[in-house]
Design a binder for this molecule. Structure first.
Ligand code: NAD
Ligand code: ZN
Length: 356
């Protein structure tokens, strides 16, 4: 299945399939054979599991750059190490990169691709459910000690190839993490779909058909938004639903201790509580959603590790902060996101509610 993505800077396809990496990559054959070097970026966890399978099905000569797993690859050190590797490999503007891994590998590789010799092409080969979000839309970034994703670019890939065979090894915590972004796409777009997701058995229990269907649905929601607003001047902000509080939690814990999706799920409960004041979200819906989060083992109780002041400080550093007030994405109703400035005292009241 192919989902076309159209942005002002580039149009490309997201391919979703099963066990067909080799075939799907060959659709880029003409483009790839014109490159002087092909470099695959991956992380040590993914490479440990898939080195043989990948090498067998990747139909072109390549060199590989292996990074530490998770957020540990989204650092200045890894960025520098990656650029050094490309220079040592004698890469040029005619070279290209593949990002084989989750969102962290995708974000780092995208940032490297966008800056190496002012930009070389990249194809994303995502290996997590979460990456249905991160691999599409062209945001790239590394982290800074003072904030997550603070250093980055908008840079669209040449294409995205999702082979769901690579998702089979995902631990439960990473399935949970990825499904949080799927749920986010439902919350901001579609009540019926959200209901379906909330009725899945605990820990989601996804088969191949459901996995492909949810990836496709999420990507279509994102594609539609990114087509209207590539660089987040307007509607693209809606994709940050749950992320202001979520990013603060992630940063407070130290990157990587709480998965991105776990943090976003808690952030979405927080954003729903805030939404009750501004729209038609009822307390009973928020409670139902909280129960859904708890049943799927999202660590909502971990909020107790920090006090409000600590989290607020991180929220203020978030790039969405303006003039002391925080800009949140809220819901008028399911599927109806909007942005709203929220004062510190409202943030604190809501934080108290979440801890009850
Ligand atoms: P990740 O890349 O850190 O992967 C999570 C963990 O799973 C890592 O330890 C990784 O080694 C391991 N892993 C990956 N694939 C595996 C597989 N198939 N089998 C077993 N283990 C596997 O994280 P992620 O959850 O995919 O992505 C999170 C990152 O994505 C965050 O840094 C977040 O900021 C970023 N993100 C970016 C965007 C964007 O638009 N650019 C959107 C959402 C999230
Ligand atoms: Zn996210």
């Amino acid at each position: 299945m192919k989902i076309p993505i159209h942005t002002p800077s580039r149009s490309y396809n997201v391919h979703i399939g099963q066990g067909d990496l080799e075939e799907a990559i060959k659709t880029y054959q003409q483009f790839i054979v014109e490159r002087d070097k092909v470099i695959v970026f991956t992380d040590e966890n993914v490479w440990r599991i898939y080195k043989d399978a990948f090498t067998k099905s990747f139909p072109f000569p390549f060199s590989v750059f292996v990074m530490p797993g998770g957020e540990a690859c989204k650092t200045f050190e890894q960025y520098l190490a990656a650029q050094t590797f490309l220079l040592e490999q004698k890469c040029t503007r005619k070279s290209m990169l593949f990002a084989f891994g989750g969102g962290a590998v995708g974000d780092l590789t995208g940032f490297v691709a966008s800056t190496f010799m002012r930009g070389i092409p990249i194809i994303q080969l995502p290996t997590t459910i979460l990456a249905h979000d991160s691999a599409v839309g062209g945001k790239t970034a590394i982290n800074h000690a003072l904030g997550k994703n603070m250093i980055g670019t908008f840079y669209q890939p040449e294409g995205v190839i999702f082979d769901i065979e690579f998702l089979k090894s995902l631990p439960a915590q990473e399935v949970r993490s990825g499904m949080a972004e799927v749920v986010k796409h439902a919350l901001i777009s579609d009540m019926v779909w959200l209901q379906e997701l909330m009725e899945l058995p605990p820990m989601f229990n996804l088969d191949d058909e459901k996995t492909m269907g949810y990836l496709e649905h999420g990507i279509r929601v994102k594609a539609n938004i990114v087509a209207q607003d590539e660089e987040e001047h307007g509607v693209r902000k809606f994709l940050n639903f749950g992320h202001t509080y979520g990013h603060a939690l992630e940063a407070a814990f130290g990157f990587g201790k709480l998965t991105h999706g776990e943090a976003v799920m808690i952030g979405m409960v927080y954003a729903l509580l805030l939404s009750e004041k501004y729209g038609q979200i009822s307390r009973s819906f928020t409670k139902e959603f909280l129960l859904f989060a708890i049943c799927n083992k999202y660590p909502v109780e971990s909020v107790a590790n920090f006090n409000f002041d600590e989290l607020f400080e991180f929220m203020q550093k978030d790039k969405k902060a303006e003039d002391g007030e925080l800009q949140f994405v809220l819901l008028k109703d399911i599927g109806k996101p909007f942005t709203q400035r929220i004062s510190r005292s409202e943030c604190q009241e809501t934080d108290l509610l979440l801890r009850e």
